[in-house]
Design a protein around this ligand. Structure first.
Ligand code: AMP
Ligand code: MG
Length: 478
Protein backbone atom coordinates (compact mmCIF):
# COMPACT_ATOMS: atom_id res chain seq x y z
CA UNK A 1 0.00 0.00 0.00
CA UNK A 2 1.39 3.36 -0.94
CA UNK A 3 0.55 6.62 0.70
CA UNK A 4 1.02 10.19 -0.41
CA UNK A 5 3.50 12.02 1.75
CA UNK A 6 1.43 14.91 2.97
CA UNK A 7 -2.03 16.29 3.30
CA UNK A 8 -3.25 19.83 3.74
CA UNK A 9 -5.69 20.77 6.41
CA UNK A 10 -8.11 23.62 5.69
CA UNK A 11 -10.40 25.36 8.12
CA UNK A 12 -12.97 26.89 5.79
CA UNK A 13 -15.92 26.36 8.12
CA UNK A 14 -14.05 27.76 11.14
CA UNK A 15 -13.07 30.82 9.11
CA UNK A 16 -16.30 31.54 7.24
CA UNK A 17 -18.94 30.51 9.76
CA UNK A 18 -17.74 31.93 13.05
CA UNK A 19 -21.28 33.13 13.85
CA UNK A 20 -22.53 29.57 14.17
CA UNK A 21 -19.52 27.70 15.55
CA UNK A 22 -17.33 27.86 18.64
CA UNK A 23 -13.58 27.43 18.90
CA UNK A 24 -12.93 24.38 20.97
CA UNK A 25 -9.76 22.46 21.87
CA UNK A 26 -10.21 18.75 22.65
CA UNK A 27 -9.34 17.75 26.22
CA UNK A 28 -7.94 14.41 25.12
CA UNK A 29 -7.74 10.86 26.43
CA UNK A 30 -4.25 9.99 27.64
CA UNK A 31 -4.68 6.20 27.72
CA UNK A 32 -6.46 5.79 24.39
CA UNK A 33 -5.61 3.06 21.87
CA UNK A 34 -6.70 2.30 18.32
CA UNK A 35 -9.13 -0.57 17.84
CA UNK A 36 -10.07 -0.13 14.17
CA UNK A 37 -8.10 1.71 11.50
CA UNK A 38 -9.48 2.29 8.03
CA UNK A 39 -6.35 2.03 5.90
CA UNK A 40 -8.23 2.41 2.60
CA UNK A 41 -9.85 5.66 3.63
CA UNK A 42 -6.64 6.91 5.26
CA UNK A 43 -4.83 6.33 2.00
CA UNK A 44 -7.43 8.36 0.11
CA UNK A 45 -6.92 11.20 2.55
CA UNK A 46 -3.17 11.09 2.00
CA UNK A 47 -2.03 9.73 5.36
CA UNK A 48 1.34 8.02 5.15
CA UNK A 49 1.75 4.53 6.55
CA UNK A 50 4.45 5.87 8.87
CA UNK A 51 2.11 8.52 10.16
CA UNK A 52 -0.72 6.02 10.70
CA UNK A 53 1.51 3.82 12.82
CA UNK A 54 3.03 6.69 14.77
CA UNK A 55 2.44 7.87 18.32
CA UNK A 56 1.68 11.27 16.81
CA UNK A 57 -1.32 9.83 14.96
CA UNK A 58 -2.67 8.30 18.16
CA UNK A 59 -2.13 11.58 20.02
CA UNK A 60 -4.04 13.55 17.41
CA UNK A 61 -7.03 11.25 17.06
CA UNK A 62 -7.38 10.82 20.81
CA UNK A 63 -7.45 14.61 21.15
CA UNK A 64 -4.10 15.01 22.93
CA UNK A 65 -2.43 17.10 20.24
CA UNK A 66 -3.57 18.96 17.18
CA UNK A 67 -3.13 18.25 13.50
CA UNK A 68 -0.83 20.80 11.90
CA UNK A 69 -2.79 24.01 11.05
CA UNK A 70 -5.95 22.78 12.75
CA UNK A 71 -8.41 25.36 14.09
CA UNK A 72 -10.79 23.03 15.90
CA UNK A 73 -14.42 24.02 16.38
CA UNK A 74 -17.75 22.68 17.53
CA UNK A 75 -20.57 23.45 15.11
CA UNK A 76 -23.83 24.94 16.29
CA UNK A 77 -27.15 23.60 15.09
CA UNK A 78 -30.80 23.44 16.07
CA UNK A 79 -33.18 20.64 15.20
CA UNK A 80 -36.65 19.21 15.22
CA UNK A 81 -36.39 16.13 17.40
CA UNK A 82 -39.40 13.82 17.11
CA UNK A 83 -41.29 16.84 15.77
CA UNK A 84 -40.31 19.31 18.49
CA UNK A 85 -38.01 22.23 17.84
CA UNK A 86 -34.88 22.53 19.95
CA UNK A 87 -33.03 25.74 19.07
CA UNK A 88 -29.86 24.85 20.99
CA UNK A 89 -28.27 21.58 19.97
CA UNK A 90 -24.88 21.63 18.30
CA UNK A 91 -21.81 19.42 18.55
CA UNK A 92 -22.10 18.49 22.19
CA UNK A 93 -19.61 15.68 21.87
CA UNK A 94 -17.88 16.25 18.56
CA UNK A 95 -15.07 18.53 17.42
CA UNK A 96 -14.23 19.33 13.83
CA UNK A 97 -10.47 19.37 13.29
CA UNK A 98 -10.67 20.80 9.78
CA UNK A 99 -11.01 19.63 6.18
CA UNK A 100 -8.72 17.49 4.05
CA UNK A 101 -9.48 17.54 0.32
CA UNK A 102 -12.86 19.07 1.15
CA UNK A 103 -13.73 16.29 3.62
CA UNK A 104 -14.49 17.09 7.27
CA UNK A 105 -12.34 15.32 9.83
CA UNK A 106 -14.29 15.15 13.06
CA UNK A 107 -13.68 13.52 16.43
CA UNK A 108 -16.89 12.20 17.99
CA UNK A 109 -17.04 11.41 21.72
CA UNK A 110 -14.04 13.64 22.40
CA UNK A 111 -15.30 15.45 25.53
CA UNK A 112 -17.20 18.60 26.36
CA UNK A 113 -17.71 21.51 24.00
CA UNK A 114 -19.57 24.81 24.41
CA UNK A 115 -22.66 22.97 23.10
CA UNK A 116 -22.54 20.08 25.57
CA UNK A 117 -25.38 21.40 27.71
CA UNK A 118 -25.49 18.91 30.60
CA UNK A 119 -23.77 16.09 28.72
CA UNK A 120 -20.25 14.81 29.33
CA UNK A 121 -19.32 15.08 25.65
CA UNK A 122 -18.20 11.47 25.66
CA UNK A 123 -19.33 8.34 23.94
CA UNK A 124 -19.49 4.74 25.00
CA UNK A 125 -17.30 2.40 22.98
CA UNK A 126 -20.08 0.16 21.70
CA UNK A 127 -21.88 2.84 19.62
CA UNK A 128 -18.52 3.98 18.25
CA UNK A 129 -17.77 0.50 16.95
CA UNK A 130 -21.33 0.13 15.72
CA UNK A 131 -21.11 3.34 13.69
CA UNK A 132 -17.77 2.24 12.25
CA UNK A 133 -19.13 -1.13 11.13
CA UNK A 134 -22.45 0.09 9.71
CA UNK A 135 -21.23 3.27 8.02
CA UNK A 136 -18.44 1.37 6.26
CA UNK A 137 -20.97 -1.24 5.13
CA UNK A 138 -23.18 1.53 3.72
CA UNK A 139 -20.17 2.79 1.80
CA UNK A 140 -19.51 -0.71 0.48
CA UNK A 141 -23.06 -0.95 -0.89
CA UNK A 142 -22.69 2.48 -2.50
CA UNK A 143 -25.05 4.39 -0.26
CA UNK A 144 -23.86 7.96 0.35
CA UNK A 145 -22.64 8.10 3.93
CA UNK A 146 -20.25 9.67 6.36
CA UNK A 147 -17.26 7.38 6.78
CA UNK A 148 -15.31 6.04 9.73
CA UNK A 149 -11.56 6.48 9.80
CA UNK A 150 -10.64 5.30 13.30
CA UNK A 151 -12.34 3.77 16.29
CA UNK A 152 -10.50 4.22 19.56
CA UNK A 153 -10.96 2.84 23.00
CA UNK A 154 -10.30 5.54 25.60
CA UNK A 155 -9.55 3.11 28.46
CA UNK A 156 -11.72 5.36 30.63
CA UNK A 157 -15.30 4.66 31.63
CA UNK A 158 -18.31 6.81 30.85
CA UNK A 159 -21.21 6.98 33.26
CA UNK A 160 -24.53 6.00 31.68
CA UNK A 161 -27.06 3.77 33.42
CA UNK A 162 -23.95 1.87 34.44
CA UNK A 163 -20.25 2.51 33.87
CA UNK A 164 -19.33 1.69 30.27
CA UNK A 165 -16.00 1.69 28.43
CA UNK A 166 -15.54 4.89 26.42
CA UNK A 167 -14.66 5.34 22.75
CA UNK A 168 -13.88 7.98 20.14
CA UNK A 169 -14.75 7.82 16.45
CA UNK A 170 -13.01 9.78 13.73
CA UNK A 171 -15.78 10.62 11.30
CA UNK A 172 -15.10 11.75 7.75
CA UNK A 173 -17.87 13.56 5.86
CA UNK A 174 -18.44 15.70 2.81
CA UNK A 175 -19.54 18.15 5.50
CA UNK A 176 -21.53 18.06 8.70
CA UNK A 177 -23.98 20.75 7.55
CA UNK A 178 -27.46 19.62 8.50
CA UNK A 179 -30.96 20.95 7.99
CA UNK A 180 -30.59 21.82 11.67
CA UNK A 181 -27.58 24.03 10.83
CA UNK A 182 -29.90 26.13 8.66
CA UNK A 183 -32.51 26.19 11.40
CA UNK A 184 -29.81 27.50 13.75
CA UNK A 185 -28.50 30.13 11.32
CA UNK A 186 -32.07 31.33 10.83
CA UNK A 187 -32.33 31.97 14.59
CA UNK A 188 -29.28 34.27 14.28
CA UNK A 189 -29.93 36.58 11.32
CA UNK A 190 -30.76 36.56 7.62
CA UNK A 191 -27.17 37.62 6.98
CA UNK A 192 -25.80 34.54 8.76
CA UNK A 193 -28.32 32.38 6.92
CA UNK A 194 -27.11 33.76 3.60
CA UNK A 195 -23.45 33.15 4.47
CA UNK A 196 -24.28 29.54 5.36
CA UNK A 197 -26.32 29.04 2.18
CA UNK A 198 -23.55 30.50 0.01
CA UNK A 199 -20.94 28.41 1.77
CA UNK A 200 -23.05 25.26 1.30
CA UNK A 201 -23.66 25.99 -2.38
CA UNK A 202 -19.99 26.67 -3.03
CA UNK A 203 -18.93 23.54 -1.22
CA UNK A 204 -21.55 21.06 -2.40
CA UNK A 205 -23.37 22.47 -5.42
CA UNK A 206 -21.04 25.05 -7.05
CA UNK A 207 -22.75 24.59 -10.43
CA UNK A 208 -25.86 26.27 -8.97
CA UNK A 209 -24.11 29.63 -8.77
CA UNK A 210 -24.98 30.01 -12.43
CA UNK A 211 -28.73 29.48 -11.99
CA UNK A 212 -31.33 32.27 -11.86
CA UNK A 213 -32.40 31.66 -8.31
CA UNK A 214 -29.56 29.77 -6.72
CA UNK A 215 -31.27 29.38 -3.32
CA UNK A 216 -34.33 27.79 -4.88
CA UNK A 217 -32.09 25.56 -7.01
CA UNK A 218 -30.16 24.68 -3.87
CA UNK A 219 -33.37 23.59 -2.18
CA UNK A 220 -34.28 21.47 -5.21
CA UNK A 221 -30.80 19.92 -5.30
CA UNK A 222 -30.92 18.93 -1.62
CA UNK A 223 -34.44 17.52 -2.11
CA UNK A 224 -33.20 15.43 -5.00
CA UNK A 225 -30.14 14.11 -3.13
CA UNK A 226 -32.21 13.20 -0.11
CA UNK A 227 -34.99 11.56 -2.15
CA UNK A 228 -32.39 9.40 -3.83
CA UNK A 229 -30.73 8.61 -0.49
CA UNK A 230 -33.93 7.51 1.24
CA UNK A 231 -34.85 5.33 -1.75
CA UNK A 232 -31.53 3.55 -1.29
CA UNK A 233 -32.15 3.07 2.43
CA UNK A 234 -35.56 1.63 1.66
CA UNK A 235 -34.13 -0.71 -0.96
CA UNK A 236 -31.77 -2.14 1.62
CA UNK A 237 -34.23 -2.43 4.50
CA UNK A 238 -32.33 0.21 6.46
CA UNK A 239 -34.17 1.91 9.30
CA UNK A 240 -32.28 5.02 10.41
CA UNK A 241 -34.28 5.34 13.60
CA UNK A 242 -33.75 8.99 14.44
CA UNK A 243 -34.51 11.10 11.39
CA UNK A 244 -34.51 14.40 13.26
CA UNK A 245 -33.71 17.48 11.17
CA UNK A 246 -30.31 17.68 12.89
CA UNK A 247 -29.53 14.21 11.57
CA UNK A 248 -30.12 15.01 7.92
CA UNK A 249 -27.28 16.43 5.85
CA UNK A 250 -27.55 18.87 2.99
CA UNK A 251 -24.81 16.93 1.15
CA UNK A 252 -27.12 13.89 0.95
CA UNK A 253 -24.94 11.63 3.07
CA UNK A 254 -26.40 9.33 5.71
CA UNK A 255 -25.35 10.61 9.13
CA UNK A 256 -25.64 9.56 12.78
CA UNK A 257 -25.75 5.83 13.18
CA UNK A 258 -27.48 5.76 16.54
CA UNK A 259 -30.38 3.35 16.83
CA UNK A 260 -30.34 2.29 13.17
CA UNK A 261 -30.65 -1.33 12.07
CA UNK A 262 -31.57 -3.51 9.12
CA UNK A 263 -34.88 -5.24 8.72
CA UNK A 264 -34.74 -9.03 8.54
CA UNK A 265 -38.32 -10.14 7.86
CA UNK A 266 -40.04 -7.68 5.54
CA UNK A 267 -42.47 -5.65 7.59
CA UNK A 268 -43.11 -2.01 6.65
CA UNK A 269 -43.96 -1.16 10.27
CA UNK A 270 -40.51 -2.15 11.50
CA UNK A 271 -39.13 0.05 14.31
CA UNK A 272 -36.01 -0.80 16.31
CA UNK A 273 -35.41 2.25 18.48
CA UNK A 274 -36.45 1.95 22.11
CA UNK A 275 -37.52 5.60 22.21
CA UNK A 276 -39.62 5.60 19.02
CA UNK A 277 -42.88 4.63 20.74
CA UNK A 278 -45.23 5.80 18.00
CA UNK A 279 -43.21 4.54 15.07
CA UNK A 280 -42.57 8.05 13.78
CA UNK A 281 -39.32 6.82 12.23
CA UNK A 282 -40.50 3.34 11.22
CA UNK A 283 -39.30 1.83 7.94
CA UNK A 284 -42.45 2.76 6.04
CA UNK A 285 -42.57 6.32 7.44
CA UNK A 286 -39.10 7.30 6.24
CA UNK A 287 -40.23 8.86 2.91
CA UNK A 288 -42.98 10.87 4.64
CA UNK A 289 -40.53 12.06 7.29
CA UNK A 290 -38.14 13.06 4.54
CA UNK A 291 -40.83 15.40 3.19
CA UNK A 292 -41.58 16.69 6.69
CA UNK A 293 -37.89 17.48 7.27
CA UNK A 294 -37.53 19.11 3.87
CA UNK A 295 -40.53 21.31 4.68
CA UNK A 296 -38.63 22.50 7.75
CA UNK A 297 -35.62 23.13 5.54
CA UNK A 298 -37.79 25.08 3.10
CA UNK A 299 -39.02 27.28 5.95
CA UNK A 300 -35.47 28.33 6.73
CA UNK A 301 -34.89 29.38 3.13
CA UNK A 302 -37.95 31.65 2.83
CA UNK A 303 -35.97 34.88 3.37
CA UNK A 304 -33.46 33.96 0.65
CA UNK A 305 -35.64 32.73 -2.21
CA UNK A 306 -37.61 35.92 -2.81
CA UNK A 307 -38.04 39.30 -1.12
CA UNK A 308 -41.77 38.71 -1.17
CA UNK A 309 -42.54 36.06 1.43
CA UNK A 310 -45.65 34.84 -0.32
CA UNK A 311 -43.82 34.29 -3.61
CA UNK A 312 -40.99 32.59 -1.76
CA UNK A 313 -43.35 30.16 -0.03
CA UNK A 314 -45.10 29.43 -3.32
CA UNK A 315 -41.85 28.64 -5.12
CA UNK A 316 -40.50 26.45 -2.32
CA UNK A 317 -43.82 24.62 -2.05
CA UNK A 318 -43.81 23.85 -5.76
CA UNK A 319 -40.41 22.22 -5.41
CA UNK A 320 -41.40 20.35 -2.27
CA UNK A 321 -44.46 18.89 -3.98
CA UNK A 322 -42.22 17.19 -6.52
CA UNK A 323 -40.23 15.30 -3.92
CA UNK A 324 -42.63 12.42 -3.22
CA UNK A 325 -43.12 11.55 -6.93
CA UNK A 326 -39.39 11.81 -7.43
CA UNK A 327 -38.75 9.57 -4.42
CA UNK A 328 -41.25 7.03 -5.79
CA UNK A 329 -39.45 6.99 -9.08
CA UNK A 330 -36.08 6.43 -7.40
CA UNK A 331 -37.56 3.72 -5.22
CA UNK A 332 -38.99 1.74 -8.13
CA UNK A 333 -35.71 2.02 -10.01
CA UNK A 334 -33.85 0.62 -6.99
CA UNK A 335 -36.33 -2.21 -6.52
CA UNK A 336 -36.54 -2.88 -10.25
CA UNK A 337 -32.77 -3.30 -10.31
CA UNK A 338 -32.89 -5.54 -7.26
CA UNK A 339 -35.32 -7.79 -9.15
CA UNK A 340 -33.29 -7.60 -12.35
CA UNK A 341 -36.22 -6.23 -14.37
CA UNK A 342 -35.48 -5.22 -17.94
CA UNK A 343 -38.12 -2.50 -18.09
CA UNK A 344 -38.90 -0.91 -14.78
CA UNK A 345 -41.46 1.74 -15.78
CA UNK A 346 -44.14 -0.72 -16.80
CA UNK A 347 -43.46 -3.08 -14.00
CA UNK A 348 -44.15 -1.35 -10.73
CA UNK A 349 -47.00 -3.82 -10.16
CA UNK A 350 -44.56 -6.75 -10.14
CA UNK A 351 -42.52 -4.92 -7.51
CA UNK A 352 -45.57 -4.18 -5.36
CA UNK A 353 -46.74 -7.77 -5.62
CA UNK A 354 -43.32 -9.06 -4.63
CA UNK A 355 -43.26 -6.89 -1.52
CA UNK A 356 -46.78 -8.03 -0.66
CA UNK A 357 -45.62 -11.65 -0.73
CA UNK A 358 -42.61 -10.87 1.46
CA UNK A 359 -44.87 -9.09 3.92
CA UNK A 360 -47.77 -11.51 4.10
CA UNK A 361 -45.46 -14.51 4.35
CA UNK A 362 -42.87 -12.91 6.71
CA UNK A 363 -39.91 -13.54 4.41
CA UNK A 364 -36.37 -12.28 4.99
CA UNK A 365 -35.98 -9.17 2.82
CA UNK A 366 -32.27 -9.40 1.94
CA UNK A 367 -32.11 -13.13 1.46
CA UNK A 368 -35.19 -13.21 -0.78
CA UNK A 369 -33.45 -11.46 -3.69
CA UNK A 370 -30.36 -13.68 -3.61
CA UNK A 371 -32.63 -16.73 -3.40
CA UNK A 372 -34.46 -15.55 -6.47
CA UNK A 373 -31.19 -15.53 -8.42
CA UNK A 374 -30.50 -19.07 -7.26
CA UNK A 375 -33.95 -20.31 -8.24
CA UNK A 376 -33.45 -18.96 -11.77
CA UNK A 377 -30.02 -20.57 -11.90
CA UNK A 378 -31.54 -23.80 -10.63
CA UNK A 379 -28.89 -23.99 -7.92
CA UNK A 380 -31.79 -24.24 -5.46
CA UNK A 381 -35.43 -25.15 -5.82
CA UNK A 382 -38.32 -23.07 -4.53
CA UNK A 383 -38.88 -25.60 -1.79
CA UNK A 384 -35.29 -25.06 -0.56
CA UNK A 385 -35.68 -21.31 -0.66
CA UNK A 386 -37.18 -18.64 1.58
CA UNK A 387 -40.31 -18.92 -0.56
CA UNK A 388 -40.89 -22.55 0.39
CA UNK A 389 -44.15 -21.95 2.24
CA UNK A 390 -45.43 -19.28 -0.10
CA UNK A 391 -48.81 -19.77 -1.75
CA UNK A 392 -48.49 -16.88 -4.17
CA UNK A 393 -44.86 -17.14 -5.19
CA UNK A 394 -45.21 -19.39 -8.25
CA UNK A 395 -47.86 -17.14 -9.85
CA UNK A 396 -45.67 -14.12 -9.19
CA UNK A 397 -42.58 -15.94 -10.49
CA UNK A 398 -44.32 -16.77 -13.77
CA UNK A 399 -45.16 -13.14 -14.44
CA UNK A 400 -41.70 -11.96 -13.33
CA UNK A 401 -39.82 -14.42 -15.55
CA UNK A 402 -41.38 -12.76 -18.61
CA UNK A 403 -39.87 -9.42 -17.62
CA UNK A 404 -36.25 -10.46 -17.18
CA UNK A 405 -33.41 -11.76 -19.29
CA UNK A 406 -32.98 -15.30 -18.05
CA UNK A 407 -29.32 -15.43 -19.13
CA UNK A 408 -28.13 -12.37 -17.25
CA UNK A 409 -30.61 -11.88 -14.45
CA UNK A 410 -28.89 -13.76 -11.65
CA UNK A 411 -25.65 -11.89 -12.21
CA UNK A 412 -27.55 -8.62 -12.16
CA UNK A 413 -29.36 -9.55 -8.97
CA UNK A 414 -26.15 -10.61 -7.24
CA UNK A 415 -24.42 -7.37 -8.15
CA UNK A 416 -27.27 -5.30 -6.75
CA UNK A 417 -28.20 -7.27 -3.63
CA UNK A 418 -25.66 -7.76 -0.87
CA UNK A 419 -25.13 -11.27 0.45
CA UNK A 420 -23.88 -9.93 3.77
CA UNK A 421 -25.61 -7.17 5.69
CA UNK A 422 -24.83 -6.26 9.31
CA UNK A 423 -27.26 -8.77 10.75
CA UNK A 424 -28.42 -7.47 14.10
CA UNK A 425 -27.61 -10.52 16.21
CA UNK A 426 -24.11 -10.77 14.75
CA UNK A 427 -23.46 -7.06 15.27
CA UNK A 428 -24.52 -7.35 18.91
CA UNK A 429 -22.35 -10.40 19.43
CA UNK A 430 -19.31 -8.77 17.82
CA UNK A 431 -19.78 -5.63 19.91
CA UNK A 432 -20.15 -7.59 23.12
CA UNK A 433 -16.93 -9.46 22.41
CA UNK A 434 -15.11 -6.27 21.47
CA UNK A 435 -16.18 -4.56 24.69
CA UNK A 436 -14.83 -7.59 26.54
CA UNK A 437 -11.50 -7.13 24.74
CA UNK A 438 -11.87 -9.73 21.98
CA UNK A 439 -11.76 -8.02 18.57
CA UNK A 440 -11.75 -11.22 16.47
CA UNK A 441 -15.44 -11.17 15.63
CA UNK A 442 -15.71 -7.49 14.81
CA UNK A 443 -12.57 -7.61 12.66
CA UNK A 444 -14.06 -10.51 10.72
CA UNK A 445 -17.38 -8.72 10.27
CA UNK A 446 -15.63 -5.54 9.14
CA UNK A 447 -13.81 -7.62 6.49
CA UNK A 448 -16.96 -9.42 5.29
CA UNK A 449 -18.97 -6.20 5.14
CA UNK A 450 -16.30 -4.50 3.04
CA UNK A 451 -17.05 -6.96 0.26
CA UNK A 452 -20.74 -7.65 0.85
CA UNK A 453 -21.73 -8.89 -2.62
CA UNK A 454 -19.39 -11.87 -2.74
CA UNK A 455 -20.91 -15.06 -1.47
CA UNK A 456 -18.60 -16.93 0.90
CA UNK A 457 -19.98 -20.33 1.83
CA UNK A 458 -17.82 -20.72 4.91
CA UNK A 459 -19.37 -17.54 6.36
CA UNK A 460 -22.96 -18.34 5.43
CA UNK A 461 -23.96 -17.94 9.06
CA UNK A 462 -23.33 -14.18 8.74
CA UNK A 463 -25.80 -14.01 5.86
CA UNK A 464 -28.49 -15.81 7.82
CA UNK A 465 -31.19 -14.12 9.90
CA UNK A 466 -31.45 -14.80 13.60
CA UNK A 467 -33.60 -17.75 14.61
CA UNK A 468 -34.85 -15.81 17.63
CA UNK A 469 -38.38 -14.45 17.46
CA UNK A 470 -37.60 -11.78 20.08
CA UNK A 471 -37.92 -8.27 18.60
CA UNK A 472 -34.60 -6.50 18.21
CA UNK A 473 -34.35 -3.23 20.17
CA UNK A 474 -31.76 -0.50 19.66
CA UNK A 475 -30.75 2.41 21.87
CA UNK A 476 -29.50 5.91 21.06
CA UNK A 477 -25.75 5.82 21.43
CA UNK A 478 -25.06 8.64 23.86
P1 AMP B 1 -27.49 12.54 18.49
O1 AMP B 1 -28.36 11.64 19.31
O2 AMP B 1 -26.11 12.03 18.32
O3 AMP B 1 -28.11 12.97 17.23
O4 AMP B 1 -27.32 13.85 19.41
C1 AMP B 1 -28.34 14.78 19.66
C2 AMP B 1 -27.76 15.97 20.39
O5 AMP B 1 -27.32 15.59 21.71
C3 AMP B 1 -26.54 16.58 19.73
O6 AMP B 1 -26.58 17.98 19.92
C4 AMP B 1 -25.39 15.97 20.48
O7 AMP B 1 -24.21 16.73 20.41
C5 AMP B 1 -25.95 15.91 21.87
N1 AMP B 1 -25.29 14.87 22.70
C6 AMP B 1 -25.45 13.54 22.56
N2 AMP B 1 -24.70 12.89 23.48
C7 AMP B 1 -24.04 13.82 24.19
C8 AMP B 1 -23.12 13.78 25.28
N3 AMP B 1 -22.70 12.64 25.80
N4 AMP B 1 -22.65 14.96 25.74
C9 AMP B 1 -23.06 16.13 25.22
N5 AMP B 1 -23.93 16.23 24.20
C10 AMP B 1 -24.43 15.10 23.70
MG1 MG C 1 -27.13 13.84 15.71
Amino acid sequence: MSYKKTFNLNNSYAKELQEISEKCIPTGFKQAEFLLKNYDLAEKLGFTKNFLDSKECLNIFSGNSLLKNSQPIAQGYSGHQFGHFNPQLGDGRAILLGEIDGMDIQLKGIGQTPYSRRGDGKSALSPVLREYLISEFMHAVKIPTTRSLFALKTNENVMRETQLPGGVLTRVAKSHIRIGTFEYARTKSNETLKILANYSINRHYPELNKTDNKYLSFFAAVCDKQASLISKWMSLGFVHGVMNTDNMTISGETIDYGPCAFMDTYDPKTVFSSIDHNGRYSYQNQPAILIWNLAKFAETLIPLVDENEEISVKKLTEVLQLVMPSYQEYFYIELGQKLGLENINNNTKIIDEYLKILHSESIDFTLSFRNLAKIVDKSITTSNSVFNKSKNFSTWYNSWIKEINIKTVSKKINLKNPYFIPRNHHVENALMNAIGGDMKEINLMAELLKDPFTEKDEYEIYATPSSSSEPYITYCGT
